[in-house]
Design a protein around this ligand. Sequence first.
Ligand code: DP6
Length: 402
Amino acid sequence: AAAMAAERGLVMATCTAPVNIAVIKYWGKRDTDLILPINSSLSVTLHQDQLKTTTTAAASRDFTEDRLWLNGKEADVGHPRVQACLREVRRLARKRRGGGEDTAALSLSYKIHIASENNFPTAAGLASSAAGYACLVSALARLYGLEEELSEVARRGSGSACRSMFGGFVQWQRGERPDGTDSLALQVAPETHWPELRVLVLVVSGEKKPVGSTVGMQTSVETSPLLKHRAEVVVPKRLAQMMQHIQERDFEGFGQLAMRDSNQFHATCLDTFPPIFYLTDLSRQIIALAHRYNAHHGHTKVAYTFDAGPNAVIFALADTVAEFVEVVRRSFPPATNGDQFVRGLPVGSATLSQELVAAVVTEPVPGAVQYILHTKPGPGPQLVDDPSQHLLGADGLPRSRA
Ligand code: DP6
């Protein structure tokens, strides 16, 4: 089928890519065009069974213009960051062909169509740009037959996207060179490294975030002395510590440092002038709940982290999940969707002791948490082999969605 399609001058490739959550945060660029960060960062790639982007890229001599569809709706293919990714992939493909023995007759001058969709509601405010750009670059790379490591290209779409090019535990090295050729993502450990690690996403709001990360971090770079100190002094030490905690599967150390780094990121937001607020009253209630829960148990059982939005991401080991989910259910009783309150990986049932409830559950806030998504670390971008999964039809247009 692919060969027939190629004869008609239509070639198509579909990939999926994951979301990632940083435990040492990226915040601030030293070059806004190339997207070069002021500090290195480290993240956990989340499993695509729960959260993923799927992207189909197609090229044909019959296409008259480049086109893009996001979640079924046509979007602006001229977006500078989409264009940067396209340009870089095409440049690499051209370089490769210049090198000689090219066979695959996909012309670089063909226009392309791209369709992308998420398996989670975009409105849920779950970081979708990282998965989106990682997926775009992966699908384009397949289309043009590129096999090299492309985190440097994904970085041009969104900084955090370069970390979604790998599974497991991933470091984005800030690099030193002005041209960005050493600002790359590297896998620190694969997703199989820490089999007991679990992730709970507490989806608290469908509202759009007040200030986007791109604008927010630039204001922070310009005005926050704390951010400068963080990038120069704090992060280098923390990065080394975090790598060691991961190598040793030391949840106490990992969790403590993840919480501290999230808190410091939000402190730099408050130190920005005018200040930026991503944490809400509910975020603070979740933070306090996690600390009460850990204090009750006498060690770090759960660790929170928050990005540029109000959703909470909780790390825990598998044997803690059922109990903590019950604590969240008691603290934020679901308003309506009681049966759909927990989604994703199965969660066992737990009975809370009276001591635990008395110590940890204070004043319940009904309906504040919409739902909990239970997931775990997962692999990097994947090729989708099954042609029935392409998001574009043989005519190069989005297939009607079920
Ligand atoms: C708070 O990668 O979305 O999630 O590079 O401007 O696209 P741009 O920003 P983006 O910023 C992510 C910031 C963060 C922390 C992190 O993921 O490391």
